[in-house]
Design a protein around this ligand. Sequence first.
Ligand code: PLP
Length: 398
Amino acid sequence: MEKLAINGGEPVRKQKIFYGRQWVTEEDAKAVSEVLTSNFITCGPKVEEAERMLERYTGAKHAVVVSNGTAALHCACIAAGVGPGDEVITTPLTFAASANCALYCGATPVFADIDIETYNISPASIREKITDRTKAVVAVDFTGQAVQLDEIRAICDEFNLVLIEDAAHSIGTSYKGKMVGSIADITTFSFHPVKTVTAGEGGAVLTNDDDLYKKIVLAHAHGITRDDDLMEEAPHEGPWYYEQISLGYNYRMTDFQAALLISQMSRIESFKARRQEIVKKYDEAFKDEPAIIVQKEIPESDTCRHLYIIRLDLDKLNCTRAEFFNAMSAENIQCQVHYVPVYFFPHYKRLGYKQGLCPNAEEVYKGIMSIPLYPMMSDQDVEDTIHAVKKVEQFYLK
Ligand SMILES: *Cc1c(COP(=O)(O)O)cnc(C)c1O
């Protein structure tokens, strides 16, 4: 048997690769630098252009670009009317921002459990967690696979809840033929460098509802408006006049970030195709491995995958997840774990959340790690990753 690099053997690769990375071209850089020497580096034409582009791409009626995905979630909660005393249901297997957005509004995050095979929030568990105080559901398309939108929509309609789709992972995904962004009451994107398309930092909030749209616009720019229909103290003195009519934030995106986003969006279909190609190779390679469990796909979702997660069947291995992870690092494949359940963190513990709340999420968390997935990976990178996973698995197999 091959000796693991961690035990002094030859590593599968010489150069380290990471679980994700951006793909920024010379052309992207040119688009940014053109804006930097133009008249507007913020609040200019590129922001508008990016918003119209996202509307065209997703089919959503309105898109507002913002400074990051977390700001997008905050704006979504504000527009949904989330406030003190309210509860917002979300998944624990997510980046903390999906729950923090409820805390920003003075509301309480309530964690529903996940489906043990897809790792997405379980509609049945959402139903169990609903109370008189529930205001909204933040459903995360985990790894890019759409949640069960029809089932969750039906629950939200029955209990009069706002459905917010945290689509930080899932731009490019469609559900039953409809693009993510055009389906939920409000959808949020992130354009962090590790996500499918990047603006450096950036995010977007999308909706089909005119009323929600107005609230999102106000929330992301100080609560200030120049819209005659919205201003309260008319007639006003002159063209300089604007009004702050609610409490908002400065969550605007700059024009040079918007230029990067537009340039990146022009390649999203090729990003998606390459991600799907790599996922197919991984699925094929791992489906019969004794100690590797692959994420279940639902046929309703045509998924632009952000993350590829392997789940270790630790009963069949003579190692811990950490030992497997470190052995992968020694082979020069740098994995990551997505995610530590949000309520495990000290901040949430201090708020009173206890382990045991979501047994499926806790069980899945024990065995998962994300292996490299990004469109710039070469076929050799993909083969090396497969080789390393199998090598480490074989070494530790009971
Ligand atoms: C990345 C991410 C966010 C936050 O996005 P930022 O742009 O980093 O603020 C929110 N939710 C999920 C699920 C994410 O992965």
